[in-house]
Design a protein around this ligand. Structure first.
Ligand SMILES: O=C(CO)[C@H](O)[C@H](O)COP(=O)(O)O
Length: 225
């Protein structure tokens, strides 16, 4: 199977995973990216079995609506049963790097509101140690240079994602060569820099389950303790 087929397989696997638990009033959280898009496309078959979705980006909202799936404001949705999203990297604790698509802040907010975070990814995203993928950091525009200096002081090489503006009107610094020994400590440390909105480490709230697409089929992986 090629990478696109693996993404479709995990998108369908996530639909199969949540299907028995869906009720007519269920609202689910939906992530952003090409793997999340495969989930959305597979989810369309169930659109009469649940109420609707909360989207982690404008792009996801548009794709959900294109399938006739109602999109709700998170402020009127309460706790969500599930959040389903892709990742740029995952380790065996299901701590993630996310934000390659720039939607990290809304993704982290919607994930925080969910009882269960289901990560869907092909096996190329599995790593022993997080940090080969540059760590995205969403920054208030006027703080860009200050935050970049602070990230250099932490040992990283921040690169401004030229021409990209997040759905929240902010900019992204992609931090290369960052040594990630304690992902939870680093997530908190970077989020404490004034001007940072959030960073793409999902370690304080890792995924609960990973549906990983492999050549041998989709594997269901729980976080290592
Ligand atoms: O965090 C994300 C977007 O902000 C995506 O989940 C991540 O970039 C993975 O994307 P893809 O499924 O296209 O590989």
């Amino acid at each position: 199977m090629n990478q696109d087929q693996l993404k479709q397989a995990v998108g369908q696997a996530a639909v199969d995973y949540i299907k028995p638990h869906l009720q007519k009033d269920s609202i689910i959280g939906v992530g952003t990216g090409s793997t999340a898009n495969c989930f959305i496309d597979a989810l369309a078959e169930l659109k009469n079995d649940f109420d609707g979705a909360v989207a982690s980006s404008e792009a996801t909202a548009e794709r959900l609506k294109s399938h006739g799936i109602p999109v709700y404001d998170l402020n009127s949705s309460g706790t969500l049963d599930f959040y389903i999203d892709g990742a740029d990297e995952t380790n065996d604790h299901l701590q993630l790097i996310k934000g390659g698509g720039g939607a990290l802040t809304r993704e982290k907010i919607v994930a925080a509101c969910a009882k269960e975070f289901i990560c869907i990814a092909d096996e190329s995203k599995w790593v022993d140690l997080l940090g080969t993928f540059p760590l995205p950091v969403e920054v208030i525009p006027m703080a860009r240079s200050y935050v970049a200096r602070e990230l250099v002081a932490l040992g990283g090489d921040p690169v401004y994602r030229q021409g990209f503006v997040t759905d929240n009107g902010n900019v992204i610094l992609d931090v290369h060569n960052m040594s990630i020994q304690s992902a939870t400590a680093l997530e908190e440390r970077i989020n404490n820099i004034v001007g940072v909105v959030t960073n793409g480490l999902f370690a304080c709230r890792p995924a609960d389950v990973l549906l990983m697409g492999t050549a041998d089929g989709v594997k269901t992986i729980k976080a290592k303790n």
